[in-house]
Write a protein that binds this ligand. Sequence first.
Ligand code: CU
Length: 199
Amino acid sequence: MKKALTIKTVVGGALASAFLSIAVGCGGGGGGYGGGGTIAPPPASPTPAMPTIHLNLFGTANGVFKDGTFGDVTGFTQQRHAQVLGLPPGTQVIITNNDSVAHTFNVFSAFPTPGPQSTATVPNGGVLGVGYQSGPIQPGNSTGVLTVTNTTGDLFIICGIHYISNGMRDGMIVQVGATPGPQATPAPAPSGMCKGYGC
Ligand SMILES: [Cu+2]
C-alpha cells in the first residue's frame, strides 16, 4: 500500500489508481510486477508411478546385457533396454508387455534346465517370488498389482515361450534399496527405424 501511494504522488491520475487497485488486489504482499492477473496454482505433485517391469524382446531397443551374475539377459527391463531387475522387498509392481507378441514371467531360484518351459499361470498369492508364473501376457496387457517377495536375494526369470529359442531370461535382485542394473546398449537402428518399447 505504501509503495502504491508513493507512486500515486509521482504519477497521479487514473494510472496510479490502477497501480493502487493492483496493490490491493495482491493483498499488499510486497507489490511487484505481474500482479493482478491469474496466479498460477503450484504444480500438482506428480503421482509416483508404480514400478513397472516391461517385457520387450523383439523391439529394436531391447538389446542384450552381459551380466556377471546372471549371464546374458534380454527381454526384461524397468527402464528402456534389457537389464537386471532390482526391487526392494515388498514393493508393489506390475508387469507390462510392451512387445508385439505374448510373453510369460516365470520366477525360479536358479535358471531351470532348458526344456519345454511352462506357460501355466501360477499366481503365487500375488507374490512376485519363486514359483510365480504370469501365464501368457498378451501385447499391451499387464498383470495385476504384484508384491515383491519379502525374501531378499537373487531371483531367476525366464519367459516360458522364448527361453530356449531366444534366451529370454533375466535376473532380479531383491534387496532393500535395490535399483535396476545397467542397461544393454542395443545396436543402433537406422534413423527412424527403431520400433517398439524403449525407442
Ligand atoms: Cu517371451
